[in-house]
Write a protein that binds this ligand. Structure first.
Ligand SMILES: O=C[C@H](O)[C@H](O)[C@H](O)COP(=O)(O)O
Length: 231
């Protein structure tokens, strides 16, 4: 395993150990939550736990099935705890997510949970959000007008292109992604709202004020930061 994978493995296990029998669990998307889902599946099997997962993407649905986690939907259950990765985390626990184009359903699931736990390796920790471009899921018809609006707001939008697929990335919801670089994101709460009121934008990847806890995998140790600690 390369170093970053070890850190992701460590935080995935730590988060899986937080889950209690009988809970409904939001299953985040990405290479870090991959470890969480795997360890949760192992605990369910070894300890005969009664746990249901609510996936945030086709990827996490497939991984849940592989791990032996039964799944359900938000229509049927409230979520006790959601565990998800992030592309950037700042000192006030605001996030940028959506590197895997799953942020729309992730935001729905993560914000619905009674507790939202973020797991990251130390490379994701930043002083100020914005080095990672903000992903916006947009309906395809809105491409030109949303791009123009983002430029007016000081952004540099780029249509995310597929790999091993010609043309743009198509999200799980059938839409496009505009990765938008902003020079500095001084007020993530404000920018998150401004982006979401642009007609044609379904959801953007800023998750301001949502995380209750962040678990950071470092070379030296695992660091845990709770929202109440920073208030
Ligand atoms: O759309 C994807 C998600 O927001 C991921 O949780 C995020 O990109 C972090 O993924 P990873 O753990 O692979 O860095």
């Amino acid at each position: 395993m390369v170093n970053m994978d070890i850190l992701k493995d460590n935080v995935g296990k730590k988060a899986a150990d937080l889950i209690k029998d009988g809970q409904i669990v939001g299953l985040g998307t990405g290479s870090t939550t991959h470890y969480f889902i795997r360890y949760l599946g192992e605990r369910i099997k070894n300890e005969e736990l009664n746990i249901l997962g609510i996936p945030t993407s086709y990827q996490s649905l497939i991984k849940a099935r592989e791990a032996g986690i039964n799944t359900t939907t938000l229509d049927e259950y409230d979520i006790d705890i959601a565990v998800d990765g992030a592309d950037e985390v700042n000192p006030t626990l605001d996030l940028i997510k959506g590197g895997g184009a799953a942020h729309t359903l992730e935001k729905l699931v993560d914000s619905s949970a009674k507790k939202f736990v973020v797991i990251v390796d130390e490379s994701k920790v930043v002083e100020e959000l914005g080095k990672f471009p903000v992903p916006l899921e947009i309906i395809p018809e809105a491409l030109r007008v949303v791009k123009d609006t983002l430029v007016d707001l000081g952004g540099k939008p780029e249509l995310r292109m597929g790999i091993q697929k010609d043309g743009p990335v198509i999200t799980d919801n059938g839409n496009f992604i505009l990765d938008t670089k902003f020079d500095k994101i001084r007020n993530p709460h404000k920018l998150e709202k401004e982006l979401n009121i642009i007609p044609g934008v379904l959801e953007n990847g800023i998750f301001a004020g949502l995380a209750d806890k962040v678990i950071i995998g470092k070379m030296s140790a695992i660091e845990e930061i709770d929202r109440e600690d920073i208030l």
